[in-house]
Structure formats: structure tokens, C-alpha cells
Design a protein around this ligand. Structure first.
Ligand SMILES: O=P(O)(O)OC[C@H]1O[C@](O)(CO)[C@@H](O)[C@@H]1O
Length: 439
């Protein structure tokens, strides 16, 4: 049987690609339990909202929903029975990349493929079930969850908003811009704890941001904040563009816009690009629709500070100080070492920036090649040649890709808490220099 030969009852070897092939791995647990559960939860939400969908998209749409749910159940069954992956059957441009990439690998199954491939493929197949409908082509099955998560974060957003607006309104007087930036960097890092695909769809209260800042300082295992500040505040650099490859909608997106406002308000960049996802992704990842919806919610907020921030941020977009960029590459099933070759225009665009901030765990996996590195492997080695500009990662550790740790920290963590990498409790602020500006 397929699943006999494609799963080994062992841990992931050092330097191997993560895969559910290794039974004693978080990848195995994700493919076996978490991904099917995400599909089940999304089906449940669709069933619960079928009347709203009928109202919004028409009764034929409600009929088509049955087909979509049937396809999602089939996908779940394929995963659980470790089938081989089939082609994506839509004429969307990114489907061609998925199919070419799949064709290069002989008969891989959900459990034998690289974990990143399996996980991205599942979300791309989920998108296909809507693409193939007539009335639900643009429907985002995660929108309800993303909007609920935003609604549940009004308290921490009000707290952070009040603090940030004070900083912004007397940006000129205050001298300790560096300390304030580093504080925002850490507040932003911990915003990454809120993501729905990790909390199994449970919308956790983001908690008191400043309390978290104090309590979690010792949970930052790698802190290159100073180097990040040097790069961000370098006003002599020929480029004054700073890029953020964002991650989740909701509170995390709010923290991204807070630090982005701080950056432009303090003249640390003339303009910024925010790279979002082109399709519904990993449950809570930000799409253009979610970005615009978030600004609209803030503009309508009954909290004065949030309303003012919503207005400021809407102006930044209108005046092109901020540009939201949607590129298919960010929902491809490959890591960033492929970008220069398969998406040279995007690589060139990123190399125009003086600094790039990558948010979250999935970006971390893609930056460092979805490999089980020795944790002391230097980050610039693990980048495997990716490096359009100076960059940093702001990531809460949710899986077994990790590099750039010093030896004593790695040993301490392994001894103290063997599964510490799966908890999301620890954070990294890691910096690397420009490695490979595309010629
Ligand atoms: O939103 P982030 O920080 O990318 O984390 C989300 C991802 O973390 C993981 O648990 C491990 O990467 C994924 O399965 C999950 O979807």
C-alpha cells in the first residue's frame, strides 16, 4: 500500500527537508491531524454560513456550495489516505507552476512530499474548488474567521493604537527613536502569535501587548534588533524604500501597519511596499481585500485613536507612500531560494528596498529552505543564496526550521523543553546582510 513505503518511523534527519515522511515529526502531525482538521473546520463554517452565502451570492451559489463542500471532503480524504497529488485544474497562471513543479517529482504523495509542498498544495486545491464554480469564484472561505479574529482584537488594538499615535504625534521631539522602534519591533514580533491555522481556528484574545512585551522578553532567543535599527535608520543608503512581507490579518496586520507608520513618520523610509497573498492562504494570511477591509473598520471604529490611524493609513495608500503588492510567488509551493530563477521581477523589486521585513513562521520556512538545520547554522548559510537586500525575520517559532541560534541557547532549549519549537512561545528577531543582488 502507498502509505507503507512512504513513511519512516523516525525523526527528521539533520539538514533533511521537513516532510510527513518522518513519522516522528511536527510535519507528520500536521499532515495527519492539523490539515484535515482545518478542512473540517472550514467546511463547518461554510455549512453554518450557507444561508448568508445564499443571500449574498444567490441561490445557485448555495447549490454550488454543496459541490465545493464535496470537493473539500474529497481533498481531506486524499490527504488522510496518503494519495498522490494531482494537477491543479484551472487555467490560473500559478496553477501552471504548481503542475510543472509536481511533474518534476515522481509520484509523490501527501506524506512523502516536502511538508511545504503538501501544505501549500492543500490551500491551492482549496482555492481550486471555488475557482471551478460559477457563482463562488471570488469567495474566501477564511474571511469569516479573519474578520472574527479582528473583531476579537479591539482591546489590544486600542491599547497599542493609543501608544503608537502618541509616538507618531510627537515624532519630531522625542529623541529615543531607536528605543521606540525596537519596542515596536518586539510588539510586532509577538503579534505573530495570533494566527488561526496554528491555534486550530481558536480566536485567542491577543492579550495586553505591553504585558506581553515585559513577560516575553526572555522568550526572544535571537535578538538582532540593533542591527535591524542600523539598517532601517541608514539614511545614506541609495534606496529609501522599506518592504514588509506580511503574514496574518487581524491584530498582526495592525501591528505591521503601526511599525510601518512609525517608519515613514520618522523619515526612516520614503515609501514602503506591503506584500500580501493573492489567494486565501493558511487560514489567516492577509489578502488585499482584508487589508482594505481593515482600514475601513479602523476608519469606522468608535475608538478615536483607531479612527485617526485608519485615516492616516488610508492617506498613505492614496498618496502611494504605501503600496500593497499582490504576487503569486508568495503562494507558490516553493521556498525563497527559487525566487531569483522563477520570479526574477519580484526578486528585482525586493532588491530595490534598503531593507525587507519578513513576518511569521511560513515566511521563515520559505527563507531557510524548509530544512531541519542544525540550529547553530548561520542564517546567511541557511538562506541558500536568497538575499535581494538586507532583511530580518520577526517570527514566533512554530516548527522545526531554525538557524542562527548560538550553541548554548540551542542546547538549553533542547534540554529544557524538547518540543519547544512547536509551541509558538519563543520569538526570533534575526538579521542578515544582502547576499545576492540579482545582476
Ligand atoms: O502565520 P505563521 O506565523 O506563518 O504560522 C502559520 C503556520 O505555522 C505552522 O504551524 C508551521 O509553519 C503552519 O502549519 C501554520 O499554518
Amino acid at each position: 500500500k502507498a502509505d507503507d513505503i512512504t513513511i519512516m518511523d523516525m525523526v527528521t534527519p539533520i539538514n533533511a527537508s521537513l516532510s510527513a515522511f518522518y513519522k516522528r515529526s511536527f510535519a507528520y502531525y500536521t499532515v495527519k491531524d492539523r490539515l484535515p482538521r482545518i478542512l473540517t473546520q472550514t467546511i463547518d463554517i461554510l455549512v453554518r454560513h450557507k444561508d448568508n452565502i445564499g443571500d449574498e451570492y444567490g441561490k445557485e451559489a448555495k447549490e454550488e456550495l454543496k459541490t465545493v463542500i464535496g470537493e473539500m471532503s474529497k481533498l481531506k480524504y486524499e490527504i488522510q489516505t496518503n494519495k498522490t497529488m494531482r494537477n491543479i485544474e484551472t487555467d490560473a497562471p500559478d496553477a501552471q507552476f504548481y503542475n510543472e513543479y509536481l511533474a518534476k517529482q515522481t509520484n509523490i504523495t501527501y506524506f512523502s512530499a516536502i511538508w511545504l509542498h503538501t501544505e501549500c498544495y492543500m490551500y491551492r486545491r482549496l482555492r481550486e474548488t471555488f475557482e471551478l464554480t460559477t457563482h463562488l469564484k471570488t469567495y474566501d472561505p477564511f474571511r469569516v474567521q479573519k474578520q472574527e479574529s479582528f473583531a476579537n482584537s479591539s482591546e489590544p488594538m486600542a491599547q497599542l493604537g493609543a501608544y503608537v499615535l502618541k509616538l507618531l504625534n510627537n515624532a519630531s521631539e522625542t529623541k529615543n527613536t531607536k528605543e521606540e522602534f525596537i519596542k515596536l519591533l518586539k510588539l510586532n514580533l509577538w503579534g505573530n502569535k495570533c494566527d488561526l491555522s496554528f491555534t486550530n481556528g481558536v480566536v485567542e484574545d491577543a492579550g495586553d501587548p505591553f504585558q506581553m512585551l515585559t513577560n516575553l522578553e526572555s522568550y526572544i532567543l535571537s535578538d538582532d534588533s540593533e542591527k535591524v535599527w542600523e539598517a532601517v535608520s541608514d539614511l545614506g543608503h541609495e534606496s529609501q524604500i522599506i518592504d514588509i512581507v506580511v503574514d496574518n490579518a487581524g491584530y498582526e496586520a495592525f501591528t505591521d501597519l503601526c511599525i510601518a507608520d512609525f517608519i515613514v513618520s520618522n523619515g526612516l523610509a520614503q515609501s514602503m511596499r506591503l506584500y500580501v497573498k493573492a489567494i486565501p492562504w493558511f487560514v489567516s494570511d492577509l489578502m488585499v481585500f482584508d487589508f482594505n477591509w481593515t482600514l475601513e473598520q479602523l476608519r469606522k471604529s468608535d475608538d478615536d485613536n483607531l479612527r485617526e490611524l485608519g485615516a492616516r493609513w488610508t492617506d498613505y495608500v492614496k498618496n502611494k507612500v504605501w503600496t500593497v503588492v499582490e504576487d503569486d510567488f508568495f503562494t507558490y509551493p516553493v521556498d525563497y531560494s527559487y525566487m531569483a530563477e522563477v520570479r526574477p521581477k519580484l526578486y528585482k523589486q525586493l532588491s530595490e528596498a534598503k531593507f525587507i521585513i519578513f513576518k511569521g513562521d511560513l515566511n521563515y520556512r520559505k527563507l531557510f529552505g524548509e530544512k531541519n538545520w542544525d540550529p547553530t547554522t548561520p542564517c546567511n548559510v541557511a538562506l541558500q543564496g536568497f538575499g535581494p537586500s538586507k532583511l530580518c525575520t520577526l517570527r514566533t517559532v512554530k516548527c522545526h526550521v531554525i538557524c542562527g541560534l548560538n550553541g548554548s541557547v540551542a542546547n538549553r532549549m533542547e534540554r529544557a523543553e524538547p518540543n519547544w519549537m512547536e509551541t509558538g512561545n519563543y520569538g526570533l528577531i534575526q538579521y542578515t546582510d544582502k547576499i545576492n543582488p540579482l545582476a
